[in-house]
Design a protein around this ligand. Sequence first.
Ligand code: SF4
Length: 231
Amino acid sequence: MLTYDSCSEESPETISFKESLECLKWAYKEYGEDIVYACSFGAESSVLLHLISKIKPNARITFIDTSLHFKETYEILNKVKEKYPDFQINSICTNLSLEDQETQYGEKLWEIDPNQCCQIRKIEPLKDELKQYKAWISGLRRSQSATRANIKYLNIDHKFKMIKICPLLHWSWDEVWLYIKLHELPYHELHDKGYPSIGCEVCTTPICEDGDLRSGRWLNHQKTECGLHMD
Ligand code: SF4
C-alpha cells in the first residue's frame, strides 16, 4: 500500500491515470476502508459522489460542519443521504462552539483573522478525523485556481501526512455541469444563484458574471484557500 511514510516525492508521478473512474477504482482497491472522501457538497462533489457510488456504494464520506454553512448546504447533504443511503457520511466539527470562539478570540473571527477561524473550524477537525485513514479524496481541479494548477492524481499531503487523491484534476467547470445535468444529479442550489464556489455563509458571496470562480470566497481578504490544501 502506498502510504505517506512509504512513498517518495517521485512516487505519485509514476502512476498515471487517464480517467477519474480508473483513479477511484485504484484508490479503493489500494486503500479499502482506509480512505475517505472529504466532501464539501459543491458541484464537484455531485460528480465525485456519483462516481464513487459506482465503485464503493458504502464509501466513507466526511463533511466538515463549521456551524456556519448556508441552509442550502445542509439541504444538499440530506438529498445526498437520500440518494446514496449506503454511504457512511460523518459530519465532523470543532469542540469550540461559536460562543466560546467569540469569547476566546473576539467577535466575528472570520473577519478579524479568517486563517485562524479556518484553522479552528476546518483544519483541526479534519486533521483529527484523518488520523484513522491512510488516504483521502478531494474534488480539486487544476483549472480552479493557480494554487491548484499543479495537483496530480496522487499527492503527498505533508499537512495531514497521508496520500491525497484528486480524481477530477482534469475536469473543466463545463464538464462538471454537463455530467451533473446528464445524470440528473442533486446539486447545491446556490450554484443557480451566482455562487460557483461555496463555503461558510459568512465568507461567501455571489460573483459577477465571468468573475473568477473562487472570487466570492473571503471577499476583502488576501485569502484564497481555507488551508486544507496547503502544505
Ligand atoms: S470559511 Fe470563514 S467562517 Fe468558515 S471556517 Fe473559514 S474563516 Fe471561518
